[in-house]
Every structure is written in C-alpha cells, then in structure tokens.
Design a protein around this ligand. Structure first.
Ligand SMILES: NC(=O)c1ccc[n+]([C@@H]2O[C@H](COP(=O)([O-])OP(=O)(O)OC[C@H]3O[C@@H](n4cnc5c(N)ncnc54)[C@H](O)[C@@H]3O)[C@@H](O)[C@H]2O)c1
Length: 241
C-alpha cells in the first residue's frame, strides 16, 4: 500500500538517513526543514524518485499550519507516518543559560511535537492508520549543561506515551527513539577533548551511525510494528550520561 511519510529536520544527519531508508522502503517521503528546500545530495540520486521537500519552522504553530496547507495544495492530503526529528541544542550550565537558550530549545525540540503532529493526526484517525515516531535522547535522563535539552527530550517521552494511549484504538502507534551519541552536525559544538572522553565511556566504543537510527525508525514505521506503542527505545551502544 502506498504510504506517505513526513520527516522533520529532514536535511540533518539523522533526518537524511531516515529519508534514504524510507525511500528504500517504498514510501513517498517529504523532508520538512527550516533549511531551504533542496534536492537530495547526489549520492541519493538512484532512489530520489519519491522525494519531496517543504520549508517549515517546527517551533511555530503558524508555520506548521502553512506547511500543511502548502502540502495539501501540492496533493499531499494524507500523511501516514510522522517522524518528529527536528532538534537543536544550545548547551550551557544553568548559571550561564540565557532565556533565549532555554526558549529556543523548548520550542524547537518540544513544541514541535504538538505543532507538527496536530496538523496530520485527525487524518490518521479518520483513515485508522498512523505511525508517529518522535526523537528523544539519552539526555532525557538529565545531562550537565543541558537543562533545556533534557527538559525538552523528557517532555517528548510524556507526549509520546500520552499520544499512544489516546490513539491505539485507531490503529495509530506512537513511539520514541532515544539515541545516544550519533555522528552528525549537532555534535560539532562539543570540544574535541570532551568528545574523545565521551567516546571512551560508550560501552560499544564508538558513535552511532545515522543509518543505524534510521533502521530502527524504519521498523517502527512498518506494518510489522503495529503492536508496539508507547515505547521509548534506546539506541545508544549501552551508553547513558
Ligand atoms: N546526533 C546525536 O548525537 C543525537 C543524539 C540524540 C538525539 N538526537 C536528536 O536527533 C534529532 C536529529 O538530530 P541530528 O543529529 O540529525 O542533528 P542535525 O543538526 O544534523 O539535524 C537537525 C535538523 O533539524 C533542522 N531544524 C532545526 N531547527 C528547525 C526548525 N525550527 N524547524 C525545522 N527544522 C529545523 C536543521 O535544519 C537540521 O536539518 C534531533 O532531535 C536531535 O536532538 C541527536
């Protein structure tokens, strides 16, 4: 059956890997990102047939409503799979954290869950099918320098579980993936010496690859995962902060 998926933060490291995997899985895929819409990088050319993109600021409900309208005009009435993956970090100890650092992370990483899901969830309820996959983080348990990010990513878990309870009767699942350290741009603000020390603490001895997260998301989006809902699945090489 033809399914359409939207992946927020679709031009980031994990987002692009999910898009690549979803294209292989045979979905129509929409990358929703604050970056200017673009075509897929050259290495994806072989599988780019069903790829689309749209510009959105997921921290803004208004922007997400406009995105839904634009997608409707472009013929995307039914979204079957939502991957709420866009996220940012603005790390700082609480003693030095400014309101903007708090506010921007809560809005991009947590408000986005509601802003995006709300646009498409009624359609899923009507069609009695849906997969909602939200990106949390091991930081949800609390990490130094990340009061903002930890609060947002813990909030993602509460949102995911409440949604699962509400939507199970409609054939809609809601799960969170909770990565450890994944080798993407978002880690670039961590100084090299701290990163080396962190990697030594990972039992698996290395960072995760984005495609490893994408494999998990792909399974949760599949028909075979119909009876898994309300779960938070760690993908962290057995590492916690
Ligand atoms: N990389 C890691 O180690 C790691 C670990 C745990 C969780 N995560 C989470 O995984 C998700 C993806 O992260 P990544 O590692 O691919 O990071 P990334 O920086 O490579 O990608 C993030 C993407 O989100 C987009 N984005 C940022 N603000 C946005 C906004 N307001 N509206 C729409 N799009 C926006 C960016 O343009 C970018 O394309 C994030 O939610 C992140 O918190 C990452």
């Amino acid at each position: 059956m033809k399914r359409t998926a939207i992946v927020t933060g679709g031009f980031g490291g994990i987002g692009l890997a999910i898009i690549r995997q979803f294209l292989i899985d045979g979905y129509e895929v929409i990358a929703a990102d604050i970056r200017e819409p673009a075509s897929l990088p050259g290495e994806y050319a072989d599988i780019s047939g069903k790829f689309h993109s749209v510009k959105v600021d997921v921290s803004s409900f208004d922007s997400c409503m406009k995105m839904k309208d634009e997608l409707g005009e472009r013929g995307f009435e039914a979204i079957d799979i939502i991957v709420n993956n866009a996220g940012i970090t603005r790390d700082s100890l609480i003693a030095k954290m400014g309101f903007d650092q708090w506010d921007s992370v809560i809005k991009v990483d947590l408000y986005s869950m509601f802003n995006v899901t709300k646009q498409f969830v009624n359609g899923m309820i009507e069609r009695k099918f849906g997969r909602i996959i939200n990106t949390s983080s091991i930081s949800r348990e609390g990490n130094i320098g990340q009061c903002n990010y930890s609060a947002a990513k813990a909030g993602v878990v509460g949102f995911t579980k409440a949604l699962a309870r509400e939507l199970a009767r409609y054939g809609i699942t809601s799960n969170a993936v909770s990565p450890g350290l994944v080798n993407t741009e978002i880690l670039s603000s961590i100084p090299q010496n701290i990163m080396e020390a962190l990697i030594k603490k990972i039992p698996a001895g290395r960072l995760a690859r984005p495609d490893e997260v994408a494999s998990l998301v792909s399974f949760l989006a599949s028909e075979n995962a119909a009876y898994i809902s309300g779960e938070v699945i760690n993908i962290n090489g057995d590492f916690m902060f």
